[in-house]
Design a protein around this ligand. Sequence first.
Ligand code: QUE
Length: 334
Amino acid sequence: MAETPQPMAEPSVIARREGAAGTILMNRPRALNALDGGMIEQITAALRAFRDDPAVRLVVLEGAGGRAFCAGGDVRRMRELALAGDAAAIEAFFAGEYAMNFAIAEFPKPWISLIDGVCMGGGIGVSVHGSHRVVTEHAMLAMPETAIALFPDVGTSFVLPRLPGALGTWLALTGARLKGAEAVEAGLATHFVPRAELQALRVALLEGDAKAVDRFAQPVAPGAVAAQRAAVDRCFGHASLDAIRTALEAEGTDWAREQLAILGKMSPTSMAVTLELLRRGAGMTLAECLAMELALTRTVTRHPDFAEGVRAVLVDKDNAPRWAPQADLSAMFG
Ligand code: QUE
């Protein structure tokens, strides 16, 4: 029987040297470049090769397809593993991802992410620990994990408590989506460059000088984040979820009512875990935060809310999760 010619499988990561830059393209556009285990291995291998190659002066990280930088991690797969009881495979995935996040933080050359679309969860993890996070007007950044009963991971238990005021707590609990300029305001992104200029910036970066980013960057005026900042601090700067809800009720604005409605849809266990995680993370190193997060993945992915949250948001897409009552926090943190 004649063999049917098979098209070459598209590589999910394309890493190469272009001029004086190492470039890494996350290339799973149909999954919004969400990171699977193979992509994490390939990005880690590229990072090591670029670190040790003296011809590489900086790294440029991008997402393929024009819609997303990286939508997160392969949480659908994690749900399947959780339902199958394969805790070892779940742990191997997150251990690999968090090791990559740490290697990015330790990377000795500029690590420049060009964020021109959706950037959530794992996408924050491959960008926020690097030196430059360039966003366009099409960027959308968020840590949406409480919606799927996970928690802000990939080292954001270190990053979020260090954002101004209570912004990190607000972002973590509500999964608030920031546009590019807002992400610069909040401190998650470092530079704003319009999409129309991004290719010219990329070409300049291939010369190997990260200062090109400063030349292309445009100033960001105070906007939605600045406007909401005082209310965010008043409402989210509290040590308990009850106190946060009480403050939102007292606020009496449309914005506060909207935040209450959002919190009402999130996993109660996940919100409690998240608040305690950020409280602990504020006093820890990045390495300690990643170790804490890895330990938490063991208990959190075993709790039924995780499979239910991924089902509701990403599998059945009914956005109607049936959460369990809030679990005992000491059982989650161990
Ligand atoms: C929370 C998450 C993720 C999420 C939504 C959440 C996440 C993730 C994706 C995602 C979205 C679109 C895709 C895809 C993945 O969504 O981690 O493959 O096409 O990967 O509320 O943590």
